[in-house]
Design a protein around this ligand. Structure first.
Ligand code: ADP
Length: 444
């Protein structure tokens, strides 16, 4: 298990890098595809515009011929294929057509540029451009639209060249400003989706890793707990047995002083046993999320007094507990065992997280139909940054050099779970170095 958990971060890292790499790879491929597509679209647009320009010239020739030979019946008839059909065959015939028509009428570059813009807009390519008529042999610009292009920064433009005449002398050249931005914009949907996917995968992995670590901590704590507990349970039982034996078998019954002493020892051990059982209960709440609580009337004065006695008896420090319940016969509907554990846990913490002289005020009162129960101590207090976390599972304030107090960070989690299940609320107020007060409130 340990080995597996150790290599887990590496596996996660490797798979994250793979996911990330794959996203970049497919994004790059997609970009290349879009770039090729743009080029194809532009070339088709340039060809179409060229074809239309020739068609325009032919129309013009036809019109001029008609005007010239108004009386004559023999009209020039040039059968022009429709644009759609022409797209297929134009590669073969366009240049020839150019040559033939050129003899009758020279290409009109401005008309070509207008037609090209319409074609580009048709294809959804609406970018900053300029178009040139160039001499392929020396790359010289013969004409351009707009006519003044001296100020343009050519490095920002991508060139698409379309040679259109048979002799390979002239070509149209379309210059598109930063087509990469246009492609990236087109890809923005897919890029956002990829980005979200990567974030989602990262978050899931982090969550997974945290859960596994938590589970591991829980496992370790549990086995720790079971080991310690088995050991600790034996001690009070055997001490109580020994005291009992002494009373029964060695005639201690007749010596009142010894009798009281042995009975006290037995009581102490039983009280220790009770607190160990409380811890086991705490742990089992942690295990059983849907635990069922019984409900019975509990007299708070009686319960507080009995807890006071239990903790005074088992305390190794100088503890003073003040009980104050108003009205004296105040009762609460709750599960006796768990409620006792809740208050017991708070008292135990007050003793654990205090100096040698511990003073605890255990009080309960009712006002506006609300019962509030308070456990207040003069202990070390809780730093304000930790206040919001002390009810979390396994959370422990690092005790620094004041104490080396044993604990599992489960007590307050248990307290909050039980109080919540009983329909109550728990809040905490604390000042470091002065003390802490836990207040539980119930609507009666
Ligand atoms: P544990 O006592 O086993 O560490 P708890 O859940 O009972 O776990 O308490 C969580 C943390 O809250 C403790 O580690 C301690 O730092 C702090 N704490 C709880 N009660 C008090 C208190 N009365 N005074 C000061 N600190 C307290």
């Amino acid at each position: 298990m340990k080995f597996r958990i150790k290599i887990l971060p590496f596996l996660i890292l490797i798979s994250l890098v793979s996911v990330f790499g794959y996203q970049i790879y497919s994004g790059f491929n997609f970009y290349k595809e879009q770039e090729a597509r743009l080029e194809q679209d532009v070339m088709i647009a340039m060809k179409n515009a060229d074809f239309r320009e020739i068609y325009w010239r032919i129309d013009l020739i036809r019109l001029e011929a008609a005007v010239n030979r108004k009386s004559s019946s023999s009209e020039i008839k040039i059968d022009i294929p429709r644009l759609e059909d022409a797209i297929d065959i134009q590669n073969y015939f366009l240049k020839d057509l150019h040559q033939s028509v050129r003899q009758l009428k020279k290409p009109d570059f401005k008309v070509y540029c207008n037609l090209l813009q319409t074609e580009l807009i048709d294809k959804g390519i609406m970018l900053e451009t300029f178009t040139e008529l160039i001499d392929i042999r020396d790359g010289r610009t013969i004409e351009s639209v707009p006519s003044d292009i001296s100020g343009v920064e050519r490095s920002h433009y991508k060139q698409y060249t379309f040679p259109f005449d048979v002799d390979g002398i002239y070509a149209y050249r379309l210059n598109i400003k930063q087509p990469e931005l246009f492609i990236l914009k087109k890809m923005s949907g897919i890029l956002t989706a990829s980005f979200c996917l990567v974030i989602l995968v990262v978050l899931s992995y982090v969550y997974l890793y945290k859960t596994i670590l938590r589970q591991k901590t829980l496992d370790e704590i549990k086995s720790d707990f079971v080991n310690n507990m088995t050991h600790e349970l034996k001690t009070p039982v055997s001490v109580a047995y020994a005291a009992n034996d002494a009373l029964l078998n060695y005639g201690m019954m007749n010596e009142p002083e010894k009798r009281v002493q042995y009975l006290q020892i037995m009581k102490q051990q039983l009280s220790h046993l009770t607190s160990l059982i409380e811890q086991i209960l705490t742990m089992s709440v942690e295990e059983r999320k849907n635990l069922k609580l019984n409900s019975e009337k509990i007299n708070l004065s009686g319960l507080f007094e009995s807890l006071k006695e239990q903790y005074l008896l088992s305390a190794t420090k100088n503890v003073r507990i003040e009980v104050d319940v108003v009205p004296f016969d105040l009762t609460i509907e709750s599960d006796l065992i768990h409620f006792r554990n809740v208050i017991g846990n708070l008292i135990e913490n007050s003793i654990k997280y205090s100096g040698e002289n511990v003073s605890i005020d255990l009080s309960a009162k009712i006002s506006d139909g609300k019962i509030s129960i308070s456990v207040k101590d003069n202990g070390i207090g809780i730093p304000s940054h930790a206040l919001s976390r002390i009810f979390d599972r396994f959370y422990r304030v690092s005790t620094g050099n004041i104490h080396d107090v044993k604990g599992y960070g489960l007590g307050l989690y248990y307290v909050k779970t039980i109080v919540g299940k009983m329909g109550g609320k728990i809040t905490v107020k604390s000042t470091e170095g002065k003390g802490t007060e836990f207040i539980i409130t119930y609507e009666n």
